[in-house]
Ligand binder design. Structure first.
Ligand code: HEC
Length: 160
């Protein structure tokens, strides 16, 4: 009898925890309200908090990987970014292969296109600045070129 009760208690606990998790994950409510507070504290919109500040103001539609675009992006990366970034190791700036684990595509584009304002206003960049102690500078990259570099990041992300 005691054993039965224990089993029931265990099952109940598991069920309760599962449903609890679900609630926590689904409740955009709690999650969003803390994000909203953070955005408000830094004077940003929720979109800017997740996707950065700059010319990219809407979610991008990426489509399937475009190899030609990625290869142009690789050349640009080697020319304009590799002095500070490596793919797999920390250098002057953070490693880039795993950047999608931390950032949205739009955030990455805005960081490339508008680093000064990102550094001045975005809490995530401020955290990075405290770690890397160097400010990323604008590398004269057009929006189209930034999109090509993004495509290169998508390609190397798949090669992990
Ligand atoms: C002068 C060195 C320097 C150059 C050149 C540079 N970066 Fe950066 N980058 C940094 C540093 C340092 C950071 C971390 C934020 C900060 O401290 O400004 C960073 C951050 C980033 C981030 C955000 C990463 C994250 O996890 O949040 C991306 C994306 C990025 N750089 C891409 C690029 C690309 C693409 C280029 C070339 C067009 C480039 N960077 C050129 C130094 C540089």
């Amino acid at each position: 009898m005691k054993y039965k009760l224990l089993v029931i208690a265990a099952v109940a606990t598991i069920l309760f925890n599962c449903s609890d998790n679900k609630v926590a994950n689904n409740s955009a409510g709690t999650d969003n309200s803390s994000k909203e507070k953070l955005a408000e504290k830094f004077g940003l919109t929720l979109f800017e908090l997740e996707n950065g500040i700059g010319p990219i103001k809407e979610k991008l539609i990426l489509g399937p990987l475009d190899i030609e675009m990625a290869s142009k992006g690789q050349n640009l990366f080697e020319e304009k970014c590799a002095s500070c970034h490596k793919l797999d190791e920390r250098f002057t700036g953070p490693a880039q292969r795993d950047v999608f684990e931390r950032r949205t595509p739009e955030y990455i584009m805005n960081m490339i296109l508008n680093p000064e304002e990102m550094i001045a206003k975005h809490p995530e960049v401020k955290k990075m600045l405290a770690i890397y102690m160097t400010s990323m500078t604008f590398q004269n990259v057009s929006q189209e070129q930034a999109r090509e570099i993004l495509e290169y990041f998508r390609k190397v992300d798949k090669e992990k």
